[in-house]
Design a protein around this ligand. Structure first.
Ligand code: GAP
Length: 506
């Protein structure tokens, strides 16, 4: 398999060539960090969303789903803290004219120092062999100590500066560390400025009466403001959850890496309302549940890891990311946050409405605490796509690209091919298609040699290809070819649906 940078390029090219993802408005040269899902991509995306919904809502009797509007009352975003605090510090390089997130420049610098420490350890481990004592080495090696001290010093300035909006301190860190622009190589930086990530627009028929409103930067607030309505109308008892999927918008300063960081994206979020004091139990529960969900798709467990946050957002008392090994390295895929009663209390305060729960078991009223699970659908799409992309040598000098998608997520579950275009084979193929398409997304194709048709469906991840040949007309059997093993079996037409359904359950 190609190196990781090559792999990423190949996945992006494949996504376009095989109708998964297109750049938005491509005929106008595209729009930065905005993408469209094409015919196969929209099926894959829908299947990921359905798989999430099924496991979160259908499988949990105490979780219900909603679909709230993208536009919300502007005060929602004041209460949630997004108007005042949903900012990233940005800095421009005057020579390259490139814009960066100032905190990311510093964090990248910290990562460099950390890899220097790792390199020292690897070198020493080689030199000392079995007698190497890593703990002692880390405590005593002067270069390691110097770099660790540097990291600690930077962190001790960076985190408070971020909390206190101290842009001058962040700029000094960049200058003192001698960080250069990766494009121009120069240290010719502007001042650091705060940049709010919310998109705003006007609502109202006249400019005078217009009200500034925001495109939601997360779906979670639609859940918080509906908490009481859902609790009362659904007669929900704590602990219970509300889930939703939908678009979110962020004016990201640095939006790159294909669909990993976009300005318009989709989230799948669930807020779990619990009794105060029990949030850590549920936080641990949801961390485990969500990791199990990822591995249930058959992706190797070593491609995931937890990253527990050291620095917590002002509303959280615990937070972790589930990171996935994307082609560009381990990166955040999902967040699990214990958000305390921050959001509901803030909405109580700003709306003047009580958002409480009367707990009959302890005969007390309280503002529930919330544990949230929040995953980006597009990031999950990228994780699935890059994990499934496989180049295989199938025979001497012959390779195939196969998307080893989990069958439950594949855009098409089966492709139906008459071996030739004559002798009544297409009619028989159509008959099978008509039957199967009631239950599964299927694809019917007569054009090109059978081998070419197999390759096309390998490339979009179709788990089964069903071929109708002359024997079919005699005994109602077909060959069914399994995507990954390429093994073919002869089965009766009546068995096709059972084979597919068995595989989807697996
Ligand atoms: N309600 C909590 C929340 O929104 P977040 O960590 O900001 O938390 C949750 O976002 C998830 O949304 C992330 O783990 C990521 O998968 C996805 N996400 C965030 N920003 C994104 C972007 N610009 N493009 C694509 N996905 C994004």
């Amino acid at each position: 398999m190609a190196n990781t940078e090559d792999l990423f390029k190949k996945v992006i090219a494949h996504a376009k060539e095989y109708g998964f993802v297109f750049q938005s408005s491509e005929i106008y040269d595209g729009l930065s960090a905005v993408y469209d899902y094409a015919q196969n991509g929209s099926e894959l995306k829908k299947n990921i969303r359905d798989y999430w919904w099924k496991s979160m809502v259908q499988m949990h009797e105490n979780i219900v789903g909603i679909d709230s509007a993208i536009f919300m009352h502007p005060t929602v975003w004041k209460a949630s803290g997004h108007v005042d605090a949903f900012n990233d510090p940005m800095i421009d390089n005057k020579d390259s004219k490139k814009r960066y997130r100032a905190d990311v420049l510093i964090e990248d610098y910290i990562s460099k120092l950390e890899s220097k420490i790792e390199k020292e350890v690897t070198k020493a481990a080689k030199r000392f062999g079995d007698s190497f004592d890593k703990a002692q080495f880390l405590e005593t090696n002067p270069r390691v100590i110097a770099n660790r001290d540097k990291i600690e010093k930077i962190k001790s300035v960076l985190y408070p500066a971020m909390d206190n909006d101290d842009m001058a301190a962040i700029k000094s860190l960049i200058e003192n560390a001698g960080i250069v622009c990766p494009i121009s190589g120069s240290k010719n930086w502007t001042e650091v400025r705060q940049f709010n990530l919310m998109f705003s627009t006007q609502m109202g028929s006249t400019a005078e009466g217009a009200n500034e409103i925001f495109l939601r930067p997360e779906t979670a607030q639609g859940i918080f403001v509906n908490y009481l309505n859902v609790q009362k109308t659904g007669r929900m008892k704590i602990p219970f959850g509300i889930a939703q999927t939908g678009k979110a918008f962020r004016n990201e300063i640095v939006a790159r890496q294909f669909i990993f960081r976009m300005r318009e994206f989709e989230q799948m979020e669930m807020q779990f309302f619990v009794r105060p004091g029990e949030e850590m139990k549920w936080y641990d529960y949801w961390k485990e549940q969500r990791m199990n969900w990822h591995t249930s798709l058959g992706i190797p467990a070593d491609k995931f890891r937890f990253h527990d946050h050291e620095k917590l957002a002002h509303y959280a008392n615990a937070a972790a990311d589930i990171e996935f090994k994307f082609p560009m390295g381990f990166k955040e895929l999902e967040g699990i946050h214990s958000r305390t009663d921050f959001d509901l209390s803030a909405h109580e305060e700003h709306s003047g409405k009580k958002l409480r729960y009367h707990d009959p078991e302890i005969n007390e009223s309280y503002v529930p605490y919330v544990v949230e699970t929040s995953i980006g659908l597009d990031r999950m799409f990228l994780a699935i796509l890059s994990n499934s992309y496989t180049e295989e040598q199938i025979e001497e000098g012959n390779t195939r690209v196969v998307m080893k998608l989990p069958p439950v997520l594949a855009p098409y579950k089966a492709a139906i091919f008459p071996l030739t275009k004559k002798d009544g084979l297409p009619e028989k193929g159509r008959e099978i298609m008509e039957k199967l398409k009631m239950d599964y997304m299927c694809f019917y194709e007569e054009k090109d040699a059978i081998g070419k048709r197999y390759r096309r469906h390998d490339a979009i991840g179709t788990p089964y290809c069903v071929t109708v040949d002359h024997q079919t007309l005699e005994d109602n059997t077909v060959t069914i070819r399994e995507r990954d093993s390429m093994k073919q079996e002869r089965i009766s037409i009546d068995e096709i649906s059972g084979v597919i359904s068995q595989r989807l359950k697996g």
